[in-house]
Design a protein around this ligand. Structure first.
Ligand SMILES: Cc1ncc(COP(=O)(O)O)c(C=O)c1O
Length: 399
């Protein structure tokens, strides 16, 4: 049953929105469910529902609102630029991270002598698969594997990156274990050896502060499905300004042209900035949703979200220790974010057992994934711990 959006209408201005109970009231699912699966999909807010309705209402009232729709795409670009500390012209708007990364690698010459793509073992399948697809163009893919403790020490990257490396792909927070990588260190290593560094930050954007200058990355990707609180079909890629001139994507489209209204098919003339990594018609409905989702995050503030989530995650970790559970997520300072992965003897069964108690989590490998966001509160953590205690037989116990 869909809740009546009117009863949740807290006004169009979420000004002063604070993480916790205040933010939670915008997400109807919490009336009946303990939602701890933002690593898979952020919860639906009344704001995002209203944004989709606005899109439909405008379409209904005005027909083709092209100018307004293009302006909305620019508003989404600007919102993501603010989120990661980039300039507007350094952001591409795409429909998925896959599309962004495919366009990026299509711009790499992968010439002899510099044809290697280094990927961490924690890359999302799409990044690894796109890298391997470049083997058809002469690329060599080098994998950087984690240690048995779930960490990837910098030395592993140092061994893999050399003067033959064109691109290093790393992931800010692993979707598999919740491990948070020191992206700035990896970017530094890549640069020392003349390679570009791409940080797939899908599992970090909206949950932890991201600053492309502080990270020193050349490229950064994320989409709106998870901690940016919107839906499928919208993603972004930061492309550092001084790369624009040299990176020429051959995977392209008319919205990547220097003048989309020129409608000229006589040549390839990409936009001068990161828009050259855009593609076809922008995903307009998802852009409406994405703006609404990112607005919630922006209003709450990244520092406040991070601090709130950290408190909850630390409480969860302490409770898991109390249960004697095995936590797969590394626990050092700076090594984890909003996602905690707990080893289970049967993760599928454990996710199902929690689901039966109206607790939503997910699983990957041998772990149950519990992820917390601005709308979670301490009661959620206690409920989850209580349910895990009741299903203790499905937890892999610490040795
Ligand atoms: C780290 C990471 N990268 C990428 C994706 C998805 O990429 P795409 O937008 O291509 O579906 C996800 C999640 O689904 C993810 O967790």
């Amino acid at each position: 049953m869909v809740s009546d959006p009117v009863s949740h209408d807290l006004g169009s201005e979420p000004a002063g929105l604070t993480p916790g109970a205040r933010a939670r009231s915008r997400f109807p699912i919490f009336e009946h469910t303990t939602y701890a699966n933002s690593c898979s999909q952020g919860a639906l807010s009344v704001d995002v529902r209203r944004a989709y309705e606005e899109y439909l209402a405008g379409w209904d009232e005005h027909g083709a609102e092209w100018e307004h729709w293009v302006e909305r795409a620019e508003a989404a670009r600007a919102a993501f630029a603010r989120l990661v500390g980039a300039d507007l012209g350094e952001i591409a708007v795409t429909s998925s991270v896959s599309q962004a990364v495919s366009a990026l690698v299509s711009a790499l010459p992968l010439e002899r002598g510099r044809n290697r793509i280094v990927i961490s073992e924690f890359e999302f399948p799409t990044v690894g698969q796109i890298a391997h697809a470049q083997e058809l163009r002469g690329a060599e893919v080098v994998h950087v594997r984690p240690e048995s403790d779930g960490r990837i020490p910098l030395e592993r990257f140092a061994e893999a990156i050399d003067e033959r490396t064109a691109l290093v792909c790393c992931t800010a927070i692993s979707y598999r274990t919740g491990y948070r990588l020191d992206v700035a260190e990896v970017a530094g290593l890549a640069h020392e050896r003349g390679a570009l560094c791409l940080a797939d930050s899908y599992q970090a954007a909206g949950a932890v502060p991201l600053d492309v200058r502080a990270l020193g990355v050349d490229l950064l990707t994320a989409g709106t499905v998870k901690y940016l609180l919107a839906s499928a079909g919208l993603a972004f890629m930061f492309v550092r300004r001084d790369l624009h001139e040299t990176l020429l994507p051959t995977q392209t489209g008319w919205f990547a042209d220097e003048d989309i209204f020129r409608m000229d098919i006589s040549d390839y003339s990409p936009a001068a900035d990161a828009r050259r990594f855009d593609a076809g018609t922008p995903p307009v409905p998802n852009i409406y949703a994405g703006i609404a989702g990112m607005r919630i995050v922006e209003e709450a503030g990244m520092a406040a979200i991070e601090a709130h989530v950290r408190r909850l995650v630390d409480r969860l970790l302490a409770g898991l220790d109390g249960l004697g559970a095995t936590v797969a997520t590394p626990r050092g300072e700076g090594e984890y974010g909003p996602l905690v992965c707990v080893a289970s003897t049967d993760p599928h069964a454990l996710v199902g057992a929690l689901r039966a108690e109206q607790i939503v989590t997910s699983s990957r490998d041998a772990n149950v994934r519990i992820s917390l966001h601005l709308y979670n509160v301490e009661d959620d953590v206690e409920r989850i711990l209580e349910a895990l205690r009741a299903h203790r037989q499905l937890l892999a116990q610490a040795l």
